[in-house]
Design a protein around this ligand. Structure first.
Ligand code: G3I
Length: 351
């Protein structure tokens, strides 16, 4: 018998049973360790798929608008803001008392053409940036647990990433962005969010120095987000990750994994074999992260493999399955391996 779900997803009864099996076990195990678990959220499926809403509401307690709060969506014209998508996601979270990760106030991507092609002077850009942060943060005052104030401003060689902001305003915009956000919502935690900054590298050394300097200047920065977009074929230095997260934790910063996914498209073997490798990587990363004193949140960069930036644009002939629920909304081995690790509360190197 094939059931047609309200999401037009044909699935067999045993498949639908899988969704019932993942009855919030990961969230429960995480809560017992005082860790929030979340997912990036897309407005379209949130609006039109009851199955999406059910899984999201049943499995997580933190949400990040994947794209709804980026400049190109919320600030489409210089004097026009559009919060319709972001409001729906924040409302969904608020009704369930879920924490919201606001993403992101300052980035070199996802910028509207009125901004990138506006030929604005530094003073005009400074004013536009202040207006944007004040308006966006102010709108969700008291509703957003943490803002990714700056995203990916240091590249893998440890240099500042060229951007419209840095080119025009110099380094000063960094501290200014945090101070403006803090003024707009003193209750929100303010984070720096970084890609590819998981281990001990010149990249993370530069991020560490930046954040240490900001803290020494009294800049209101409360935490750091490690995106964790992992490619399984590259392998991971788990001890390096632990040491890196630990040194930021020792600065007194709250630590979040903010955009977790593990690509398996370039691994050898069958998809089943690849997902076993993936489950073990998820387990080990959770084991390392949950051993860090100030580690407080783990966010998947998408609810299921059907809603992932990785599967949105796969190279020809490639298949991938980067998240912890598959495209049929079923929990994968990674879901259970992480849950099991949290329950055992093991330190790295444990059995
Ligand atoms: O909404 C428009 C749609 O109207 C239009 O028809 C379509 C085709 O042009 O584009 C749609 O916008 C796309 C948007 O995702 C929503 O689907 C953008 O083109 C596309 O660039 C955007 O990609 C997002 C990307 O950030 C850039 O904003 C990905 O979904 C999102 O997963 C990715 O997430 C980033 C984090 O924010 C920062 N860290 C890295 C991570 C992965 O790149």
């Amino acid at each position: 018998m094939i059931l047609i779900s309200s999401d037009m997803q044909p699935f067999s009864p045993e498949r639908s049973a899988d969704v019932r099996k993942a009855t919030g076990q990961l969230r429960q195990a995480a809560q017992e360790r005082h860790i929030m678990v979340g997912s990036a959220v897309r407005d379209f499926p949130l609006r039109f798929s009851s199955r999406y809403r059910r899984l999201l509401g049943g499995e997580f307690n933190m949400l990040t608008p994947e794209n709804a709060m980026k400049w190109d969506v919320v600030h489409p014209q210089r004097n026009t803001y559009n919060f319709s998508q972001a409001d729906r996601i924040v409302d969904f979270a608020s009704k369930r008392e879920f924490a919201v990760r606001g993403h992101t106030l300052v980035w070199h991507k996802a910028l509207p053409s009125w901004l990138t092609k506006g030929n604005f002077s530094p003073d005009e850009l400074r004013s536009i940036l202040k207006d944007h942060i004040t308006t966006v943060v102010g709108r969700y005052k008291g509703k957003v647990y943490v803002w990714d104030v700056l995203n990916e401003i240091i590249n893998e060689s440890g240099q500042f990433q060229p951007s419209i902001w840095h080119t025009a305003l110099g380094e000063q915009y960094i501290a200014d962005a945090f101070r403006i956000a803090h003024q707009a919502d003193p209750s929100a935690k303010l984070f720096y969010n970084e890609a590819g900054a998981e281990g001990l590298t010149p990249h993370t050394d530069a991020v560490y120095e930046l954040v240490r300097k900001l803290r020494s200047q009294g800049v209101p920065i409360h935490g750091i987000g490690f995106q964790m977009h992992i490619d399984a074929v590259e392998g991971l230095d788990y001890e390096g990750i632990r040491k890196n997260l630990e040194r930021f934790s020792k600065l007194g910063l709250e630590i979040h994994i903010t955009e977790m996914d593990i690509k398996v498209q370039d691994l050898p073997g069958t998809m089943e074999e690849r997902l076993k490798v993936q489950a073990e990587m998820y387990r080990k990363i959770m084991q390392v992260a949950s051993s860090i004193p100030n580690f407080k949140a783990w966010v998947q960069w998408g609810l299921t493999d059907k809603f992932s930036w990785i599967t949105d644009s796969l190279p020809a002939g490639k298949k991938d399955s980067p998240l912890i629920f598959d495209k049929y909304f079923r929990p994968k081995e990674a879901y259970f391996s992480m849950t099991d690790t949290l329950r055992r509360g093991r330190k790295p190197g444990g059995k």
